[in-house]
Design a protein around this ligand. Structure first.
Ligand SMILES: [Cu+2]
Length: 184
């Protein structure tokens, strides 16, 4: 009897260890989380430090972006998808212009827009922390489809120094590129 209980306890412990390993989130850039189909994008700053993550998933309403980041200045910040999957610090110019496969003008409020990569501003609290969920119905994660973020050269998710005025071409007067994450 005693041994049986001991064996049961050992089995339970083993099972817990296995579950812990399976559920361990993959935090590396571009890792596809097998558990829930989310694409985990690591956001780095000018010093190449990871300051947050964006978990991207495909939904019926477009791409869902579950964003959490820190180290921002409090207040509003622009967030866009940019055209290349390249984040070279410190200025992240390697990511190119906005993701704009339909050749439109910039801004959600621009009559000749928007770029497919345009999105509403995000807000960092007084600690510089942001935790929010965004949707972009103009893009997809499906490879080979029009407006796919995962096209041949990938794309990048960028958070800017300032808010986006949603009308000034080409980037809404949103200032420097502060955080960048590669999407491939
Ligand atoms: Cu941008």
């Amino acid at each position: 009897m005693k041994y049986q209980k001991l064996i049961y306890a050992l089995c339970a412990m083993l099972a817990l260890i296995v579950i812990a390993f399976v559920h361990h989130p993959h935090l590396s850039a571009n890792a596809k989380d097998a558990q829930n189909g989310k694409l985990i994008v690591s956001l780095i700053n000018a010093k190449n430090e990871e300051m947050g993550t964006a978990k991207l998933s495909e939904t019926a309403k477009g791409v869902r972006i579950e964003l959490e980041a820190e180290g921002l200045t409090p207040g509003i910040h622009a967030i866009h998808f940019h055209e290349y999957g390249s984040c070279t610090p410190p200025d992240f110019m390697s990511a190119g212009a906005h993701f704009n496969p339909e050749n439109k003008k910039h801004g959600l409020k621009n009559p000749m827009g928007p770029h497919a990569g345009d999105m509403v501003n995000i807000f960092a609290d007084r600690h510089g922390h942001v935790k929010t969920v965004l949707f972009n119905s103009m893009v997809t994660l499906k490879e080979g489809k029009p407006n796919s973020l995962r096209d041949a050269d990938g794309s990048a998710l960028i958070i800017h120094e300032k808010g986006d005025d949603q009308v000034t071409d080409p980037s809404g007067n949103s200032g420097d590129r502060i955080l960048c994450g590669v999407i491939k």
